[in-house]
Design a protein. Sequence first.
Length: 712
Amino acid sequence: PRFKMNSDQVALVGQVFESYVSEYHRSDIVLILKADDEDVHYPVVVNAMTLFETNMEVGEYFTTFPNEVLTVFDSALRRAALTVFQSLAQHEAVSMKHNLHARISGLPVCPELVREHIPKTKDVGHFLSVTGTVIRTSLVKVLEFERDYMCNKCKYRFAVKADFEQYYVFCRPSSCPSLESCDSSKFTCLSDLSSNPARCRDYQEIKIQEQVQKLSVGSIPRSMKVILEDDLVDSCKSGDDLTIYGVVIQRWKPFQQDVRCEVEIVLRANYVQINNEQSSGIVVDEEVRKEFEEFWECYRSDPFAGRNEILASLCPQVFGMYLVKLAVAMVLAGGIQRTDAAGTRVRGESHLLLVGDPGTGKSQFLKYAAKITPRSVLTAGIGSTSAGLTVTAVKDSGEWNLEAGALVLADAGLCCIDEFNSLREHDRTSIHEAMEQQTISVAKAGLVCKLNTRTTILAATNPKGQYDPQESVSVNIALGSPLLSRFDLILVLLDTKNEDWDRVISSFILENKGYPSRAEQLWSMEKMKTYFCLVRTLQPTLSDAGNQVLLRYYQMQRQSDARSAARTTIRLLESLIRLAEAHARLMFRDTVTLEDAVTVVSVMESSMQGGALLGGVNALHTSFPENARAQYRQQCELILERLELHSLLSEELQRLEPPATRAPALGGTRRSFQLRAPAGSPALSKSSLFALPELDVDALECDWDEEMRGRP
């Protein structure tokens, strides 16, 4: 049984806490005393670990009697503030503040104190930290928490506090509480809200839900209400990821005859910490950063081989599909959000649409992407409505509240939508604004507001019937051009007849011998998570060479006769910039180089139907290249030639040549000689961007000798 603390224990706790805040939080108290407004509630955030290390006894009392200890903490904090105020009063302009609150954070990580799931009945009365996502916030209300009464007989005055456990009902005492033997049961209420606002406080209820990505399949996420008071009110909004520190308490409606009493568990918050920016559970420290820097140092001479090792670890259960893996990795790395001079926000998140025949592994990519992104929601089109994707208005005890849908819950994360074509027409149009402006405007049940949806959308859809390469993508998948123009990449995976591909894929599935030599080198899921969290902190800038390539490619797409009007809008240029930044992040670089621009153009080219340079490539049958550097060289020659950027091409080829074969400087001018593939090499075909014929090195050397013969 829980007994109350005795007066000695209360005095000890108060004394320890007062000396602790005077030592560690003096600067915070001074700032509060210098503030202007005296009636505002001010928090002082105290780290529980440091406090418990100072005095272990306080830690024991705190875990046993959290409600009482928190009250003692608040009064000790006021005493400490008074001491500081008296020492400063003569020298500086300070005023005493009476509404101070000790906010406890940073509990030791142990199952007794820290939870990722909603607490149960056995936790009632304990101080816990609970992690979850806000799905509903109520309006802020005024709460009367204390009333004065006077006994009609002996005129004794006393205060009665509202009972938290009965929804803040005031329970009149049955007899007069004065020390004299007055047993009157008639009292007069003296409190008048207009004359005594100090007896009221701000009050708000929010509803949090367990984080969807941390649940096992088949379990429905549980939710609970959280009570916010005073300075905690309005500290969060729907869709935020929170860690809430507070006491678990039961409450019930006042008893009525013949009505079953319903008891619910709520969390009375002491401190709210918002975790939107930091990735959940992944700590990126110097050691981790150093490990990845060393990895890239090993691949300094051939960075594409390093990148391909990362791509091979992405969704390893799917064989090949090099182009799709590259596209998914770029979308997960993401671009940089900008705000231009007029204050308009240009999104940094890329959106990807996978269009493909059944059985081409689209859902596997969606599942994998949802696993390695800290904030993610995975949903299927057939079971989603526009209210489920955006927000829904819910009526709760007579008032309307907004409850967050999938896109709001995935704010600053990833939303995967499978079976995208199964969404009803008006449900699809509801996500237009969420994809480009990254907000959702709501006008439901008298609630008019905007919510953030800064999310990456990864969607998968089947073509409508048999895919017809002669028709445009929008006809094949029955999606309108406004929606298609919002996707940065649209990859078409066609299950065409290809004997070699069928043989390789069937042996991979039957014997699971995808990369026998590489199986040991594959990165673990944790390492991939950490890497993508780390690269999202990089801020690469565009180089002049990269700028030239992207701009020239955009101009050529606009001039192309076979262009798709839905895709070649100004959004195409924004997509190219975002993807180039994402590729630079993937390569762990601070600058978007020519390599990034060329790679992005080649990926974009294979995602455009009727592309200006090469036309379409079936992304399903793209395999990992034997020699990543040679493949890049071939892409470079092909793309820069077609874009007519000859000066950039000659510089890049000179950089790519091994030092031994670099052309000598003749008469002060630099000449570059181009290595030719030997006669009989396969001609450049549409898919040659991603399928490289192996070059005969001996034949290349003979060619080079003939080229150099007779030169000084």
